[in-house]
Structure formats: C-alpha cells, structure tokens
Design a protein around this ligand. Structure first.
Ligand code: MN9
Ligand code: PYR
Length: 325
C-alpha cells in the first residue's frame, strides 16, 4: 500500500493559536502515529482519530510526535506532515495540539519549533537530548532555550521522561529562574514516578503560572492529590472517558470513587505490563478499541503478538466500571 498523501500544503497562520487559548489542563492524549501495513505514516485516518477522541473519549487535547507517537523514529519531514495534519484536522474540534519538537540535533529541533509555530501549534514540548546528554541544569536549559526561542509566541513545555532519556536532573532544580531564560516556559510534562520532585515543583509554583501534567497514567490519582493540573498519556486514547470520570470524582470530591477508577485502569495496565507493554501494544489496543487501523510500529519496535491482543482485549472487556459499563 502506498503512503497516504499529504492532503494539504503547510499553512502559515498569523496567530499561533487553534482556538481561543484555554489553560492546558485535564487530559491530553499522547497520540500514536498511524502507519500503513508497509510502515509509512498514514495521515488519512487522523481526521477519524480526532473525532474519536472528542466524541468517544471526551479528550480535546493531544500531544503529537512524542514517545507514543514514535516521534524520535520519524523523519523530520514526517514529523512536519503529522503536525500539520493534526492541527488542520483539530481545528475547531480540539482545544490544544501540543507538538513534541525534541531531537538530538539542535538545528533539527529548532526547525521543528519554527514549523510548529508557523502552522499554529498551541504549544511545543522538548525532551532532553539523550545520546550526548546534558550533565547539569545549565546545559539542559541552554539546549531548551535555543529551541524555545525559535517559537517566541508559543507556550513551551519541558518533557521530563528520565527512564527513557537517562537525563535525571530533577525538574525542581530547573524551575529556578526559568522564566528569565525561557520566557515562553509554561510547564512540564512529568513522566516520572518521583512524586517528591513533582510535589516540590508544585509547591514552588505558588503563583500557579506553570502547568504540571503528569505522565504515568497508572498513578495519576496520586499526582492529582499533590496538585498536578492534568495529564498527558497514552492510555487516554482509549481510557480517556474513564479517566475523565476519575478526574470528576476527584474534583467532587469523591475519593473512594476516584480510587475505584484508578484501581481499575491500574488493573488493566498491571495486566498488560506483565505481558510486555509498549508503544506497539498501545497501537494494537487503540486499534481494537477504536476500530481505527493504527498499523504497525516502526523498527526497532515490532508488532504486538496475536496472543497479546486476545488477552488484552479479554481483560479490558471484562472490567466492570463504576458507571455500569
Ligand atoms: C513511556 C510512556 O510511554 N509513558 C507514557 C507517557 O508518558 C504513559 O502514558 C504510559 O504509556 C502509561 O502510563 C502506561 O504505562
Ligand atoms: C506518553 C507521552 O506523553 C508520550 O507519548 O510522549
């Protein structure tokens, strides 16, 4: 099968915003990158993907080209095409389209940041470079600053994912004076289990100028208790509606109900993690839940096994949710 053609050309918009800008909070789906059976990016299903997230999962924010999106396995050209398609299809439907523009090469990351700004992304995010790594806070901020300054009107998020980047600099350390170095700094996607670091970040953020979005879905409730503003995660692609009910229960507050949702999403994740769970498996789960063909992952990732799919589906179908589903 041939790669789906890009249906439109890049559009440069004067204002870097999708819809009137709301603060980023609540759930953000870390999108998978749909691929054709022969491994090309498949832009043709993104329209359907947007509608599915909004109408079936009640999720109106997306994080594109991140870990789940295999962003670091895509070419620069593919990343641009995907960013354009998400922004185009999300227009008047999604609240926020955040584009991950991190790369090992600074000029490539800068190019992606300029591109995201030109097409009207509602935010950009950058993870730490992870081959040659920054060894301290100053080196990391210097890199982030060089990328952020290429998109001076676009909110900037640091993407903290130390178990994948190997860059374990505490976020709390980064925050001191960061607005002076990165005026567009808006918050952190915090994908680590170190809730002490998260709590220190939140307690330092007294004026609530920054957003802290948690990224370990199976323990989101703990992060909410400590004051996280929302979450970016892969499971909100297919458990967005249930996780939204957890957020509502927490806000009410009905802690026992919120716990029940967390226990059940945790039961599913605990089950699949034991089988071996990563981006390939997320694509498979999203395919059987949504009916949208997300296709295979790109090497070095390989397709989820049939056995995984059968077991994961049976597990998910067997969960009895508090809302009676
Ligand atoms: C490594 C990774 O992909 N983490 C995701 C976001 O950061 C999470 O959404 C996890 O996929 C999820 O928490 C399941 O472990
Ligand atoms: C999970 C997440 O946030 C990502 O895929 O980048």
């Amino acid at each position: 099968m041939k790669a789906a053609r890009r249906p439109h050309s890049p559009r440069v918009e004067k204002e870097s915003s999708m819809t009137p800008r709301k603060k980023l909070e609540g759930l953000v789906a870390a999108t998978v990158t749909p691929m054709t059976p022969d491994g090309q990016i498949n832009l043709s299903v993104i329209h359907q993907y947007v509608d599915y997230l909004v109408s079936e999962q009640n999720v109106k924010n997306v994080f594109v080209n991140g870990t789940t999106g295999e962003g670091l396995s895509l070419s620069i050209q593919e990343r641009k095409q995907l960013a354009e398609e998400w922004i185009c299809q999300g227009k008047n439907k999604l609240d926020h389209v955040i584009i991950h523009v991190g790369a090992l090469s600074l000029p490539e990351s800068q190019e992606l940041a300029r591109h995201a700004a030109a097409i009207g992304a509602s935010g950009i995010a950058v993870m730490a470079p992870f081959f040659f790594k920054p060894t301290n806070k100053d080196e990391l901020i210097a890199f982030l600053q060089k990328v952020a300054s290429e998109a001076p009107a676009v909110p900037f998020y640091y993407y903290h994912i130390p178990h994948l980047t190997g860059v374990k600099i505490h976020v709390e350390e980064l925050l001191d004076g960061i607005k002076k170095q990165i005026p567009t700094f808006q918050g952190v996607k915090f994908s680590d289990t170190d809730l002490l670091d998260l709590a220190q970040c939140i307690s330092k953020n007294e004026s609530k100028q920054f957003a802290f979005l948690y990224g370990v879905d199976e323990q989101l409730l703990s992060a909410l208790a400590i004051g996280a503003n929302g979450a970016v995660g892969s499971t909100f692609n297919y458990l967005g509606r249930k996780t939204n009910l957890m957020l509502q229960a927490f806000a009410k507050p009905d802690l026992p109900l919120a716990q029940k949702y967390q226990f059940l999403t945790g039961e599913f994740l605990n089950f699949v993690i034991k089988l071996g769970f990563g981006v390939a498996q997320t694509k498979a789960v999203m395919t059987f839940v949504s009916g949208i063909p997300m296709g295979p992952p790109r090497l070095p990732l390989v397709n989820a096994s049939e056995e995984f799919i059968i077991k994961a589906k049976a597990k998910l179908d067997g969960i009895v949710w508090p809302d009676g589903d």
